[in-house]
Design a protein around this ligand. Structure first.
Ligand code: NAD
Length: 506
């Protein structure tokens, strides 16, 4: 991709999308927000601080319209053979691939992450679509022989209208990762993006339509907590798949419990990355950077508690700090940029406050942790900060206990395997974990003992679509990606067939 700059991104290149406010989608087309709504909120571009559009949250009438539309589409879609659904999905994957640069660019403008990362996110999205297109025709049941010639069989059936609620860190990817398996299983979906990143979900809705899927199969309603609540509580919504923070996840679970609806919760984390003294140090350093600084550190599974065995702490810090200082922070639309802007001004302030608090509690800032103003004048109102490495951290510090969701790495020395496992597991979260060592037995022993949904051995933050992803403990339950996700978007019906006379006790 050629070098581009923010000034090139205006109404001419992005069409009505950035300036228009029609970001809802149901009945097969974009829908205008409620006229004269007093509760519209501005949506910002993180790199410049400019207002991209106004977001009017959907109220009960709009949520109803979207769910009705999805309900009608479900009746048609769920009756198709898996192979038919697969063909539509492969076409959607092809269109996503064709438009990868446009989608990625809009993601950057709305989210602030670097174009390099955004392109990868879009690639993961079309791969995910292809993967679940491949699985659509594999939905099948079992045949069970019973006495006297009787038998039973099971049918794997769709659930109905599923609700997807997304976070702002991977807006397009989350919309695909939720909808692709849902649609493969024969469901329809009403998706609500984060109000901070409403832009790219509607592109996905348009792509599904262009791929020939029934109108209403994938609907988008915009809004925040109130709209999300309406969606979770809607009697025609059969399942909720949620990505976001633990406190919101609890509310979603409570609402789903009231409706006895299955729920998938992909929540936050404070994951441990354990680096043993026998590791290949350069790879461990790279792993620690990948574990902390993707998407400005706003990644749920980040390994932000970096436990380093005491004999290599000095050498590790020297290398990791040098590489962190060298990270190119700035215009996220430039190819050479490796770190863009945080999602919002409040998020930037919150992350910086975590760093100041860490210092007050005794941590040492080895680099970064400061607001950053790029030299380009059009970025002067952007939400940038320098990536930060904290040394002298203790387990009881706030920066070590709480999810910061920013580019802040906390380094903690340790002595023994037993000790580090106890400390690594001493958290209410359990999303991911990592271990760097050349000792193969230790690697698998540690992976077994870490209380987390994923453990990376000698790497970090690689999430191919074929591999299940999800949390232990308060990081949630249910899985996304991989074959197992089919089970979370379908239900099993048992059909029992008598071939003889009824054996009656009465
Ligand atoms: P958030 O919990 O504030 O919001 C998530 C979504 O829930 C948004 O769309 C929001 O509008 C909606 N929402 C808010 N209140 C609601 C309610 N009462 N009912 C229904 N919906 C409601 O989270 P966020 O700030 O958008 O995202 C950051 C969090 O997401 C972090 O904790 C991060 O770790 C987590 N996350 C987890 C994963 C994962 O796969 N485990 C992936 C990305 C982000």
């Amino acid at each position: 991709m050629s070098q581009s700059s923010l000034s090139a991104v205006d109404a001419a290149t992005t069409g009505a999308l950035l300036l228009g406010d029609n970001l809802n989608f149901w009945a097969g087309e974009r829908q205008a927000p409620r006229p004269g709504a007093a509760d519209a909120e501005p949506v910002y571009e993180p790199a410049t601080g400019r207002v991209l559009c106004q977001l009017t949250p959907c109220g009960p009438d709009e949520v109803n319209a979207a769910v009705e539309s999805a309900g009608a589409a479900y009746l048609r879609w769920s009756k198709m053979a898996g192979m038919e659904r697969s063909r539509f999905m492969l076409e959607a994957a092809r269109i996503i691939r064709e438009r990868r640069e446009k989608i990625a660019k809009l993601e950057v403008i709305n989210n602030g992450k670097s174009i390099t990362e955004a392109l990868t996110d879009v690639d993961v999205a079309w791969q995910c679509m292809e993967y679940y297109a491949g699985l659509a025709a594999t939905m099948a049941g079992q045949h069970i022989q019973l006495p006297g010639g009787a038998f039973a069989y099971t049918r794997r059936e769709a659930l109905g209208v599923c609700a997807g609620i997304g976070a702002w860190n991977y807006p397009f990817q989350i919309a695909v990762v939720k909808s692709a398996p849902a649609l493969a299983c024969g469901n329809s979906m009403v998706f609500k993006p984060s109000p901070m990143t409403p832009v790219t979900a509607v592109l996905l809705a348009e792509i599904y339509r262009e791929a020939g899927m029934p109108p209403g199969l994938f609907c988008v309603v915009q809004g925040g907590a109130a709209t999300g609540t309406l969606l979770c509580q809607h009697p025609r919504v059969a399942k909720v798949s949620f990505t976001g923070s633990v406190p919101t996840g609890k509310k979603v679970m409570e609402m789903s419990a009231r409706g006895v609806k299955p729920v998938t919760l992909e929540l936050g984390g404070k994951s441990p990355l354990i680096i043993f003294g026998d590791c290949e140090l350069d790879n461990a350093v790279k792993g620690a950077l990948m574990a902390n600084f993707l998407t400005q550190g706003q990644v749920c599974c980040n390994g932000t508690r970096v436990f380093v065995q005491r004999d290599i702490v000095g050498r590790f810090l020297e290398k990791v700090v040098a590489k962190t200082r060298a990270i190119a922070v700035g215009d996220p639309l430039l190819d050479g940029t490796r770190m863009g802007a945080l999602i919002s001004k409040p998020q930037l302030d919150k992350v910086l406050a975590f760093v100041r608090q860490a210092e007050e509690q005794g941590a040492k800032v080895l680099c970064g942790g400061q607001p950053l103003v790029p030299s380009d004048p059009k970025l002067k109102e952007g939400y940038f900060m320098s990536p930060c490495v904290l040394d002298d951290c203790r387990d009881d510090m706030t920066c070590v206990k709480e999810e910061i969701f920013g580019p802040v790495m906390s380094v903690l020395p340790f002595d023994t395997e037993e000790e580090v496992l106890r400390r690594a597991n001493d958290t209410t979260f359990g999303l991911a974990s990592g271990v760097f060592t050349r000792d193969i037995s230790r690697a698998h022993r540690v992976a077994e003992k870490l209380e987390a949904g994923t453990c990376y051995i000698n790497n970090y933050n690689i999430s191919p679509v074929e591999v299940p992803f999800g949390g232990y403990k308060m990081s949630g339950f249910g899985r996304e990606n991989g074959q197992v996700t089919v089970e979370y978007y379908s239900q099993l019906k048992t059909v029992v067939v008598e071939m003889g006379d009824v054996d009656c006790l009465f």
